[in-house]
Design a protein around this ligand. Structure first.
Ligand SMILES: C[S@@+](CC[C@H](N)C(=O)[O-])C[C@H]1O[C@@H](n2cnc3c(N)ncnc32)[C@H](O)[C@@H]1O
Length: 248
């Protein structure tokens, strides 16, 4: 049974289940945008729009949670017949959650990934000729410091800045930037000015991710990105001089 004293499965508006965390008092996804839909439109599609032609794509998925961003990535890869090799690295603090994911009710789109879901839940690793995926059971802050100039994509999908501030600070995004390639792309649902400031202060260019059927989100990169509308950070700062990025 997936539900326990800390987690409760909840139906979201696209028909996929997410969960509610009684510890963080937050859902793992926006129930309004829908768990699968949110993963695709706020993370996978904006990132792969720019990266899908690469032979190899290396991804940091912060944090694994129910695994939707990792699994939606595999789904997108399969649906679009991509030939890129994927390497996905995902930290997660909650070991009992990861172990219980074998009994989570995933959307039908993930049915063919059942062996991968099981391997990640039980062994923390999966590998075949196209995919290398590891789930690191431990602190994301410590984990990301192991990497330099490695990631093409970072899915920044921690609980909200007010609930889990240590994964949104200026110092945290400094480590994230070091772990990314110069042309890398970071995706996040957060549109908070404090989040955008923490990115901007580390030299990220900050962009809007807007579309029909979901709430606005953010993408960012150490390099200028095509297609996306840049957020005028100087203007935002001038209009909100009291706003500060979070600090450790
Ligand atoms: C919003 S959920 C992630 C949702 C996930 N991307 C998904 O698609 O299901 C945030 C996750 O971060 C984990 N977490 C919180 N602090 C952490 C830390 N310091 N290191 C690693 N994981 C952490 C929580 O246990 C939770 O599973």
């Amino acid at each position: 049974m997936f539900n326990d004293e800390l987690h409760e499965m909840t139906l979201s508006e696209d028909g996929s289940y997410t969960a509610y965390s009684k510890e963080y008092k937050e859902h793992y996804h926006s129930t309004k945008d829908g768990a699968l839909h949110e993963s695709l439109v706020k993370h996978v599609e904006p990132a792969f729009g720019l990266k899908k032609k690469q032979d190899e794509i290396v991804i940091l998925d912060i944090c694994y949670g129910l695994g939707f961003n990792t699994l939606a990535t595999l789904y997108y890869h399969q649906k679009n017949n991509l030939s890129s090799k994927l390497k996905i690295y995902s930290p997660e603090l909650d070991e009992s959650l990861v172990k219980s994911l074998v009994s989570f009710t995933y959307p039908a789109e993930f049915d063919i990934f059942k062996p991968i879901i099981e391997a990640l839940s039980q062994e923390g690793i999966y590998e075949d000729e196209n995919f290398y995926i590891e789930v690191f059971l431990g602190d994301a802050r410590e984990y990301i410091r192991k990497f330099e100039n490695k990631f093409d994509i970072v899915y920044q999908d921690a609980f909200s800045p007010s609930t889990n501030p240590m994964l949104w600070t200026q110092e945290y995004f400094c480590d994230i930037k070091r772990s990314m390639k110069k042309q890398g792309i970071l995706t996040t649902y957060s549109i908070a000015l404090a989040t955008r400031l923490a990115l901007f202060e580390n030299g990220f260019y900050v962009y809007l991710n807007v579309g029909k059927g979901y709430r606005d989100a953010t993408v960012a990169s150490p390099s200028k990105l095509p297609y996306f509308q840049e957020v005028d950070m100087e203007h935002k700062i001038a209009c909100n001089p009291q706003e500060k990025s979070l600090r450790d």
